[in-house]
Write a protein that binds this ligand. Structure first.
Ligand SMILES: [Zn+2]
Length: 467
């Protein structure tokens, strides 16, 4: 067996790993897009990954674009095989991949308009809406925790891992006639006692583990502290400063988590009397899917919906904004309000407009609640850059920048070690750390070694491991 790391190697986005058998059959684990890496991003995503005709199947861990976003391009380039994932992941991909195509077509239009004098070659979108629709036809739904035959010699189990709706670790049973292996791909590992998602399920013993390492150097605070911090920021911005609170958040997962947290605060009468806008059509669609699959959500959500409110994602002060004309109107509002909008890295989407309008006023606060690539607008603001360029205009950063780290959908290093603890460390032959910045992965490597896991490798992009 060979494993080649084609993305998310010493970085967080662009997850894609290829498993090859002795007879040259290959499958791909995730087919994710690079995000938030500035000018590099488009070039990285345009690179050919591998000849699509040499891949028999894709196994998809979850719907986030950094894991699923290049599937339509791969299909456009000639991939004709099945794409296996859980039912909720498929439902979410229906909206995520269409939206991703839409963003690319819009971005390309914008860039080409700016280059219209022909100084530069015209950009082409990585894929179109039609490519996304075509790719969705190749999806095959699997049942969680049941064996699915993938190709001759490989069967897989999708084991829920608590990261987002539908997300799963992928456990492979590989039979190469002369050798047998088990391989666990953790996907993105969720948190224990999270507010929205159930705990990650214990993965079975594996010979090889491809493990994420996003927060391999960090310990999160308790979620309850995060909710207190959210409330403090709300009160400080809206009551003390009379400003706007802008929360850049991923449409899928983080937005619903923030909405649920605000809903709980409101039940307890703790929120000031202001309007809260969720300004993201994608978040609205994702919220509907979360409502549809609410049986997959945490006990806390179930308890909440049995109480005074039956919708975890809806209450009187909350307004979902679908149309663009209303989104623009929010920019003109002078009263204190909360705006939750995508994308989380603030490099694209409506939140970029909101930041553009709010950033030069000290009364406003921009609150980050998730991971950001260091080169993205969110990354630069978190890095306390005093000036940032948005839409080609230099802006002085006067707004207050805050960050709640513990609202993450990713496990911290102790939680990841807890997750891996179902595996006897002595029986694991190799752990490959992906989906983490190099330094962070190195920290996690140390933590793993301290906990008895040896042979922990941080692969370079395109590096191949052979059994
Ligand atoms: Zn993810």
């Amino acid at each position: 067996m060979k494993i080649t790391f084609k993305g998310a190697a010493k970085t967080v986005t662009g997850s894609k790993h290829i498993v090859q058998l002795w007879d040259n059959q290959r499958i791909m684990l995730d087919c994710g897009m690079y995000q938030g890496r500035g000018k590099e991003t488009h070039a990285l995503n345009s690179e050919a990954i591998i000849d699509p005709n040499t891949i028999s199947a894709i196994l998809l861990s979850h719907a986030h674009i950094d894991h699923s976003g290049l599937i339509p391009k791969f299909v456009k380039d000639g991939f004709e095989g099945p794409i296996f994932c859980t039912e909720a992941t498929y439902a979410l991909c229906q909206i995520m991949l269409r939206d991703s195509a839409y963003i690319q077509e819009a971005d390309v239009k914008y860039s080409n308009k700016r280059n219209k004098r022909g100084e530069k070659e015209a950009y082409l979108p990585l894929y179109t809406h039609d490519d996304a629709i075509k790719a969705l036809e190749q999806f095959v739904i699997v049942k969680e925790n049941e064996w699915t035959s993938i190709i001759a010699g490989i069967r897989a189990k999708f084991i829920p891992n608590g990261h987002i709706l539908g997300s799963a670790a992928i456990y492979l049973d590989i039979d190469e006639i002369s050798e047998k292996h088990t391989l666990l791909y953790t996907g993105d590992i969720g948190r224990y006692n999270a507010t929205l998602m159930k705990d990650p399920e214990r993965p079975p013993q594996a010979d090889y583990i491809i493990c994420e390492s996003t927060y391999g150097d960090r310990l999160h605070d308790h979620t309850i502290d995060a909710e207190q911090e959210l409330l403090n920021t709300v009160l400080h911005t809206l009551k003390d400063k009379k400003g706007k609170l802008i929360i850049p958040a991923f449409s899928l997962g983080r937005t619903q988590e923030i909405v649920f947290a605000l809903n709980k605060l409101d039940v307890h009468g703790l929120l000031p009397d202001v309007r809260i806008y969720v300004d993201s059509p994608l978040a609205i669609d994702a919220t509907d899917i979360m409502r549809k699959y609410s049986n997959l959500l945490s006990r806390e959500v179930k308890r909440f919906t049995k109480g005074s409110r039956n919708d975890p994602f809806g209450f009187k002060k909350l307004f979902y904004v679908k149309e663009q004309k209303y989104s623009k109107r929010i920019n003109d509002i002078n009263e204190p309000c909360i705006i939750i909008s995508a994308s989380g890295m603030a490099d694209a989407g409506r939140v970029k407009h909101h930041i553009f309008h709010a950033i030069e006023k000290a009364k406003n606060t921009i609150l980050f609640v998730g991971y950001a690539e260091p080169n993205s607008l969110a990354g630069r603001l978190q890095n306390k850059d005093e000036k940032v360029t948005i839409y080609g205009e230099e802006k002085n950063v006067k707004a207050e920048i805050r960050y709640i780290k513990s609202l993450s959908a990713h496990a911290d290093y102790k939680e990841m070690i807890r997750y891996l603890s179902s595996n006897n460390s002595g029986a694991v032959k190799r752990i490959f750390l992906v989906h983490g910045e190099d330094e962070v992965a190195q920290n996690f490597q140390l933590h793993l070694t301290e906990n008895g896991y040896h042979n922990v490798i941080i692969p370079d992009k395109n590096w191949t491991f052979t059994t």
